[in-house]
Write a protein that binds this ligand. Structure first.
Ligand SMILES: NC(=O)CCC(=O)C(=O)O
Length: 258
């Protein structure tokens, strides 16, 4: 599977500019024959949380329509990072995934809201996991701060995920945590971890990318530079079974003890 990770700058509080950028990135990745394209977190608005009433995508309609249309047009799976949405219960940080037929195969609301960026003040937390299939491969998706909760990612892997997608707006000052946690989640769950982080800055933080793809053995298949762009890597999916057969942790675990 050829992955394309988009490490984009996000125009703060300017969804229309960001929609145009996303459109252009999808066309570029399709020209490189990518199977899957992955975007960062909250790419429609950035963390312009005070303006969500004006900016959030109502029921994600604009996002779903665009991702679905472009996924079908270019025959590419789109893991749509996440966008700020407005739903009946309030504002959410929502991931949509469109498969290459244009079907929306996942809608996930971020479960763990990040206090340091005021998410719990403005947004509602999701209540459900996020498992979906791309080309018959079981995948899972969580968002940024969710990465710090190993039990949440383990729950997705126990439900069958072989690839975990993790879009983020993870600030520069905690890059060491980002890299170590991504690698740990891949090794402990013996799955691929595909993580897209943004670049640029907003009024409160600077972001320097370092998007990554880690194999089930912990090998770094991709560790991107700091600039804006699309970064590509092929992932051999049979690595998941090979590693799980080499060290059979899912047979050896003792859930009755914990
Ligand atoms: N947008 C986020 O959830 C950021 C999470 C983060 O920076 C962290 O350290 O955790």
């Amino acid at each position: 599977m050829k992955m394309a990770i988009v490490q984009m700058d996000i125009a703060f509080g300017e969804p229309e500019k960001n929609f145009l950028q996303v459109d252009s990135f999808i066309s570029q990745a399709a020209k490189q024959d990518a199977d899957v394209i992955v975007f960062p977190e909250m790419w429609n608005t950035g963390y312009a949380l005070k303006d969500l009433e004006k900016l959030a995508d109502k029921n994600g309609e604009q996002t779903k329509n665009m991702l679905s249309r472009l996924a079908k047009q270019h025959a590419i799976h789109v893991v749509g990072g996440s966008v700020a949405t407005k739903k009946a219960q309030g504002f959410f940080n929502t991931m949509y995934v469109a498969n290459r037929n244009g079907d929306i195969v996942a809608e996930y609301d971020k479960a763990h809201l990040f206090p340091l960026m005021d998410e719990p003040v403005y947004m509602q937390a999701g209540q459900a996991k996020n498992i979906f299939k791309l080309d018959h491969v079981e995948c899972g998706g969580v968002i940024c701060f969710d990465l710090r909760f190993p039990e949440w990612i383990r729950a997705h892997v126990l439900d069958g995920a072989k690839i975990m997608f993790i879009p983020a707006e993870w600030p520069k000052q905690r890059m060491d945590h980002w890299e170590i946690l991504l690698q740990a989640r891949a090794i402990e769950n013996q799955c691929f971890v595909v993580a897209a982080n943004r670049v640029g800055s907003d009024p409160d933080n600077e972001y320097n990318g370092h998007s990554m793809i880690i194999s089930p053995w912990g090998e770094v298949y991709l560790s991107s530079e700091e600039g804006e762009g699309i970064f590509y890597a092929d992932i051999p999916l049979d690595e998941v079974d090979r590693v799980r057969n080499t060290i059979p942790i899912f047979h050896a675990r003792r859930p009755e003890l914990y």
